[in-house]
Design a protein around this ligand. Structure first.
Ligand code: NCD
Ligand code: ZN
Length: 344
């Protein structure tokens, strides 16, 4: 197979940041995707419908001419989120989910939820209006090793939550473990998961053997090889609950190449091409469209896109850097060669 046409994909988990960053991130999202679930971890976070509306306007001001790309907005849950805000979000017509960050788990998550068990009224409201809960699935307790944080979260918090709110639609975001994949595949149809390109292409050896590679550092952190293999298997299975979410999360080169580097990989320069690489290597190009273009919108109850993209087998080298804010960032896979090219 030397080319493939796909229904235009969507990205169910992106970080666009704000202001100057939007000059890079919005055109990068629109180069291939038709819609993006926009993460709300700004400073200050997008905690209300009015903040989401203002942020959406700032994003739309950067949409390239002629593009159909649409930002799908998300509310950031805090200890103080009210059920009233959830109802207002559902009625807004532009908010498609609410994001749970455990306080302190990742970049800009300090205002996140401190105790999941105190959020019952909010989850009750979300369940009643059919609002999707997007979860950063990691515990933050000091006693849990960083490589175990997802697996412990599933047992400690996610299973009890799903039992309590069986009709709540939940996306376990950017799964990174065999336990994450198995949990979602064995759960009911209203539980889905996104997978990033970095967790499919790399494992922790790529990040740590022969030198530390800060541009592969993201959260949840890359795990060992068996987990990477389990994620590939889940992604190429075609299962309707598993879909594309890049977690493309830009940080400047300086912020990453530092004694305390930020978590997050920027991947929108080549996201669909990287996923194509994974599916091709697994001999599963016929499953790429389900993963990239139909499973996600079916899960969210949104229509499928009516345009298409064309990918061609043709080697090309990923750029070394991307202009970002007043400086630059190092994109995921910088300098490496990909075998699939986005033609149109
Ligand atoms: C994200 C970011 O930089 O905003 N970082 C990351 O490592 N994935 C936050 C997140 O999604 O956890
Ligand atoms: Zn993210």
């Amino acid at each position: 197979m030397d080319s493939i046409t796909l229904i235009r994909p969507d990205d169910w988990h992106i970080h666009l940041r704000d202001n100057l960053a939007l000059e890079t991130t919005v055109p990068a999202a629109a180069r291939c995707f038709d819609r993006g679930i926009v993460m709300p971890n700004l400073t200050p976070p997008v905690t209300t419908v009015s903040r989401a509306s203002a942020y959406r306007e700032r994003i739309l001001a950067h949409t390239p001419y002629g593009s159909n790309w649409q930002p799908l907005m998300v509310l950031y849950l805090t200890d103080n989120t009210s059920p009233k805000e959830i109802h207002a979000a559902a009625e807004s017509g532009f908010i498609y989910g609410c994001k749970y960050y455990p306080a302190g788990a990742t970049t800009n998550s300090d205002s996140g939820v401190t105790d999941l068990t105190k959020m019952d009224a909010v989850f009750e409201a979300m369940q009643s209006v059919g609002m999707v809960l997007q979860m950063h699935g990691e515990v933050t307790s000091d006693d849990v090793d960083i490589f175990d944080r997802e697996a412990v979260f599933i047992e400690r918090h996610l299973r009890p939550l799903v039992a309590k709110f069986p009709d709540l639609k939940i996306v376990l975001e950017h799964i990174t473990t065999q336990q994450g994949a198995e949990f979602v595949l064995n759960a009911s149809d209203n539980i889905g998961a996104t997978i990033t390109p970095q967790h499919l292409l790399y494992n922790r050896n790529h990040m740590l053997v022969g030198g530390i590679r800060p541009h592969l550092f993201c959260l949840p952190i890359l795990k060992r090889d068996v987990h990477q293999q389990a994620l590939i298997k889940a992604a190429v299975s075609g299962n309707q609950k598993i879909f594309l979410g890049t977690d493309s999360a830009p940080h400047t080169q300086d912020a990453k190449e530092s004694s305390c580097g930020c978590a997050g990989c920027f991947s929108h320069h080549a996201a669909i091409e990287m996923y194509a690489e994974v599916f091709d290597q697994a001999g599963a190009m016929d499953k790429l469209e389900a993963f990239a273009s139909t499973n996600g919108c079916d899960f969210y109850g949104l229509p499928r896109n009516n345009s298409t993209i064309l990918l061609r087998r043709e080697p090309w080298k990923i750029q070394a850097a991307v202009p970002y804010e007043d400086t630059q960032l190092i994109p995921l896979g910088a300098g490496t060669t990909l075998n699939w090219m986005l033609v149109e």
